[in-house]
Design a protein around this ligand. Structure first.
Ligand SMILES: [Zn+2]
Length: 468
C-alpha cells in the first residue's frame, strides 16, 4: 500500500484544518480551513502548499470557518474539483463564506484607511484575502452527499460521511482506499461533538479503522457539566424581567443561537419563564436557522417530538426573526423586557454592538454570554469586569449585570474523545492527534497511549507520512 498523508494545518494548533491525501493518482484535501489564531494568521496569505489545480476533490467535514474558510482562495487559485459534504454543510458553508468574504473586504478597507492616515504599512497587503465574488465561485462546486452513503471520489477511493454531532450537518469522514487487492481505511474525526446535545444526533461510532486522525481541542480538559443550562437561563430571564431591563445575548450564528432558542422554547413549554419577546437580530443566524428548518431529518428524537407537537423552537409565538436594520433599531424602543440574540459572538462586530450601546449602562439589563470570549475582544473585556468599555468609538460605563453560562461547548472533552475512540474494536495501525494546541494535543496523545498502548503521534505542520 502507498498512501501519502500531509498535515497542512491544525497540526499542533486549533485552526486552519487541512490535510492532503494522495493515493492511486488521486489527490484530495480533507477540509480547507482559515487560520484564526493570531500567531498563525500569516499562513492564510502563504501560497497553498499544494497547487490548487492539481487537487481532484475536497472533503469538507463541516461549515465552521476554521475548516472551510480558505475554500474561496483555493477556488480563485485554480481548484476546479468537487467539494463533497452533506447538504446542510453546503448550505451553511455558503452562508458562512459569504459573511467571511464581507468581513475580509471590510477589514481590508478599514486597514487601508488607517494605514493611510498613519502613513505606515501593515504586515499583510491591504487587499481582501478573498472577495464576495470568490465566495460565490465556490457554489457550483459543492456536491452534497447524504450520511452513510459512500461517494466514489476516484479510482479505488470512497468516502462516507457520518454524523459528528458537533454542529448541524457536521461529519466524520471515513475514506476507503483499495490498492492491488488490499484495502485501508482512514478515519477523519473532524470536530467531535457531544452526546445529548440539543437538536443534534449523537456522534457516530466506528468499530474499525486502520488510520485515525482525531481532534484534541479539549484533549486535556474535562467539561464542567454541573449547572443545568435551562435552570441558569430561567434564573437570568426571570430576574431581568423583574428588574425591567433587557437581556442581550452575543451569540455565534451557527448552532449556538439555535441552541439558545431551543432552551428558551423548553422553558416556555414548561412555564418556567414569562412570555417575553425574543429577537434573533443577526442576518446570518436567521439564514442558518432556515437551514435547520429545512432539515428535520437531522434532528434528534427529542427535537423531532417537539416539532411533531407543533412547538418548534424556531417558531414560538413571541419569537421574531429580525430581517432589516430598521426592525433592529426598533427593538430598543420596546417597553418591558426583550431578549436580543445578536452577532457577533465575541462582540467584535455586527448588530450586537448597537444593543450593547443601548443596554450596557442600564443596571436593570443583563449581558448574557453563552460562548468563549477570546483575549483582546470586547466580549472578554466585559466578562473580565471592565468598568468602562469603548463601543463604536464612544466610551460607556458598564452598569448592566454580566452573566456567563458555561456548558454550551460543541466539542467533546478528553473523556468524551476517549469514549469515541473506545468504540474501535481493534487498535488502529496509527492514531494521529490533530486540531489541538500543542500542549492539549500532546497530553491527549499521552493519555491515549497510556490507556490503550496504541501507536500514537502528534504531527507537526507540514509533516508528511506514508501509510502502508
Ligand atoms: Zn467546528
Amino acid at each position: 500500500m502507498n498512501i501519502k498523508l500531509a498535515f497542512l494545518g491544525a497540526a499542533r494548533n486549533v485552526t486552519g484544518s487541512r490535510c492532503r491525501v494522495e493515493a492511486n493518482d488521486v489527490r484530495l484535501l480533507v477540509d480547507c480551513g482559515l487560520y484564526q489564531e493570531r500567531a498563525f494568521k500569516s499562513r492564510n496569505w502563504d501560497p497553498f502548499p499544494v497547487a490548487p489545480d492539481t487537487l481532484d476533490a475536497v472533503l469538507l467535514t463541516h461549515a465552521h470557518l476554521d475548516h472551510s474558510g480558505l475554500l474561496p482562495k483555493l477556488v480563485r487559485e485554480g481548484f476546479r474539483g468537487r467539494i463533497y459534504c452533506t447538504d446542510a454543510t453546503a448550505k451553511i458553508a455558503q452562508i458562512a463564506l459569504a459573511d467571511s468574504a464581507k468581513i475580509q473586504e471590510e477589514d481590508a478597507e478599514f486597514k487601508r484607511k488607517r494605514h493611510e492616515k498613519e502613513g505606515r504599512k501593515g504586515p499583510y497587503p491591504e487587499i481582501p484575502l478573498y472577495t464576495t465574488d470568490d465566495a460565490k465561485a465556490c457554489l457550483p462546486l459543492f456536491s452534497p452527499v447524504p450520511y452513510g452513503k459512500p461517494a466514489q471520489i476516484g479510482d479505488g477511493i470512497q468516502a462516507t460521511f457520518h454524523n459528528a454531532g458537533h454542529i448541524f450537518g457536521s461529519s466524520m469522514i471515513k475514506v476507503e482506499v483499495k490498492q492491488n487487492g488490499q484495502k485501508r481505511t482512514l478515519l477523519f474525526s473532524g470536530d467531535v461533538g457531544r452526546w445529548d446535545k440539543p437538536i443534534l444526533q449523537d456522534p457516530a461510532l466506528f468499530k474499525e479503522a486502520d488510520y485515525v486522525l482525531v481532534e484534541s481541542t479539549y484533549g486535556n480538559r474535562v467539561h464542567d457539566n454541573s449547572g443545568a443550562i435551562g435552570a441558569q437561563l430561567a434564573d437570568v430571564i426571570n430576574s431581568t424581567v423583574e428588574a425591567g431591563g433587557n437581556i442581550v445575548v452575543p451569540s455565534f450564528a451557527i448552532e449556538r443561537a439555535q441552541e439558545v432558542l431551543y432552551h428558551i422554547n423548553n422553558l416556555l413549554i414548561e412555564d418556567r419563564i414569562p412570555h417575553l419577546m425574543v429577537f434573533v437580530d443577526s442576518p446570518m443566524a436567521v439564514n442558518v436557522t432556515e437551514v435547520f428548518k429545512d432539515h428535520p431529518d437531522l434532528f434528534d428524537e427529542e427535537m423531532t417530538e417537539i416539532v411533531r407537537q407543533g412547538r418548534s423552537p424556531f417558531d414560538f409565538p413571541s419569537l421574531h426573526m429580525v430581517k432589516t436594520a430598521d426592525e433592529s433599531k426598533a427593538i430598543n424602543r420596546i417597553i418591558g423586557t426583550a431578549m436580543i440574540i445578536a452577532g457577533s459572538g465575541m462582540c467584535t462586530g455586527g448588530r450586537v454592538k448597537y444593543h450593547l450601546v443601548a443596554n450596557i449602562s442600564r443596571p436593570e439589563s443583563t449581558i448574557l454570554f453563552v460562548g468563549y470570549q477570546a483575549v483582546g475582544t470586547l466580549g472578554r473585556q466585559i466578562i473580565d469586569g471592565a468598568k468602562e468599555v469603548r463601543i463604536l468609538g464612544r466610551k460607556y460605563p458598564v452598569r448592566a449585570r454580566v452573566v456567563q453560562i458555561h456548558g454550551f461547548s460543541g466539542h467533546a472533552d478528553r473523556d468524551e474523545l476517549f469514549r469515541w475512540l473506545s468504540a474501535l474494536q481493534r487498535p488502529p495501525r496509527r492514531l494521529f492527534v490533530v486540531h489541538g494546541e500543542a500542549e492539549a494535543a500532546c497530553q491527549f496523545a499521552d493519555f491515549i497511549s497510556e490507556k490503550t498502548g496504541w501507536n500514537t503521534s502528534v504531527p507537526h505542520y507540514g509533516e508528511e507520512v506514508i501509510l502502508d
